[in-house]
Design a protein around this ligand. Structure first.
Ligand code: SAH
Length: 326
């Protein structure tokens, strides 16, 4: 039991919203999952596409080079990565793109610990790396935005429709244990079937709108990759992953599990949406794997094929993960 979470709930008359709960679980200075230890990689709680294989970052780099060409081949370019984790993706991107143009890298990262890890990963390029607290701090120049598995971490709100009224979902304490609960709300939405759950990720929408505005005013592009849906399912998509496994009880290991929600891709208005499989395939992931295979040892070859499969197979990451291209 985390005393601080129980205290927070008690201070709020024994009910905090899902958004307040996720804020605590992920970002509390002492207990927040992203704040206290490195969550990513084989030794961490979950593994992401850039950590599976360099093929992922290298294929994104190809997309980026094409965007640079569309911008008229400028000598330098701003690249912003939101939620860069260990810095693997951006480092793969710089490795491929630096032959074409110089990039000024801006990293948007909440965790001081991950900032340190990113700085280590990128130690060869330190002169052009900056950390940002706010998109508004960016210099007004053509900029490419990238986010992989970032928006799923942003706290969402959940509303429940039952017996003709809307309620907000949240967390309460019952018999000294955490429980999901709901309470009446002033918010109302179009009527949905009984028991429908509506999820709103206001923070993701706000972030996306800022990026869209920035690209509109300064030129550039954006690539958002995450697990999510294009049509709402009207069920809860909150999940908790601990040691690479889905937790049955989301409330059991708060602060030790990654609590996230699927991303609603319908918020990315004006973007082209495709599956991760179709995005990576159209920018040449198979051809890149083919090249790597030519100089690979048998054990490396097997790893390349397995990673490719994991990234693009429809039953693995290929369909659940989607790309929004701005
Ligand atoms: N993109 C990386 C890491 C994904 S994990 C990869 O693909 O491996 C989510 C990342 O987003 C972590 O770096 C986490 O610390 C960061 N993050 C989560 N919420 C954030 C927030 N509100 N503001 C800034 N960074 C955040």
């Amino acid at each position: 039991m985390i005393e601080a979470l129980h205290n927070l709930i008690r201070e709020h008359k024994n009910f905090i919203t899902i958004e307040q709960f996720m804020d605590f679980a992920l970002y509390d200075q002492t207990h927040g999952y992203y704040m206290k230890s490195n969550p990513i990689g084989k030794g961490g709680g979950f593994i992401t596409a850039p950590e599976i294989s360099q093929l992922f970052g290298e294929t994104i780099a190809i997309w980026l080079i094409l965007q640079w060409e569309k911008l008229g081949n400028p000598n330098s370019l701003n690249i912003v990565e939101l939620g860069p984790g260990k810095g693997t993706l951006i480092s793969d991107i710089i490795r491929v793109t630096h032959k074409y143009f110089r990039s000024f890298i801006y990293l948007y990262e909440i965790s001081p610990l991950l900032q340190q890890i990113q700085s280590k990963t990128l130690s060869n390029y330190t002169s052009n790396i900056h950390w940002l607290n706010n998109i508004d701090q960016l210099p007004a120049q053509p900029t490419i935005f990238i986010a992989n598995e970032f928006l799923d971490a942003l706290p969402i709100k959940q509303f429940l429709y039952k017996q003709g009224a809307w309620y907000e979902n949240g967390v309460t304490i019952k018999n000294n244990t955490l429980n999901f609960a709901n309470r009446a709300t002033d918010r109302s939405f179009t009527i949905k079937p009984e028991g429908s759950i509506l999820e709103l990720n206001d923070r993701a929408s706000k972030m996306f709108n800022k990026i869209k505005e920035f690209v509109k005013n300064n030129g550039g592009a954006g690539l958002i990759i995450d697990y999510g849906y294009t049509e709402p399912t009207y069920t809860s998509t909150i999940q908790a992953i601990k040691n690479h496994k889905h937790q049955k009880n989301i409330l059991e290991d708060v602060s030790y599990s990654d609590i996230t929600a699927h991303v609603d891709f319908s918020i990315f208005t004006g973007c082209k949406i495709s599956s991760q499989c179709s995005f990576l395939s159209s920018y040449g992931i198979r051809e890149r794997a083919g090249l790597l295979l030519k100089s690979a040892q048998p054990n490396e070859a097997q790893e390349i094929m397995q990673s490719l499969h994991r990234l693009i197979h429809p039953e693995l990451m290929g369909e659940l993960f989607k790309c929004a291209i701005l």
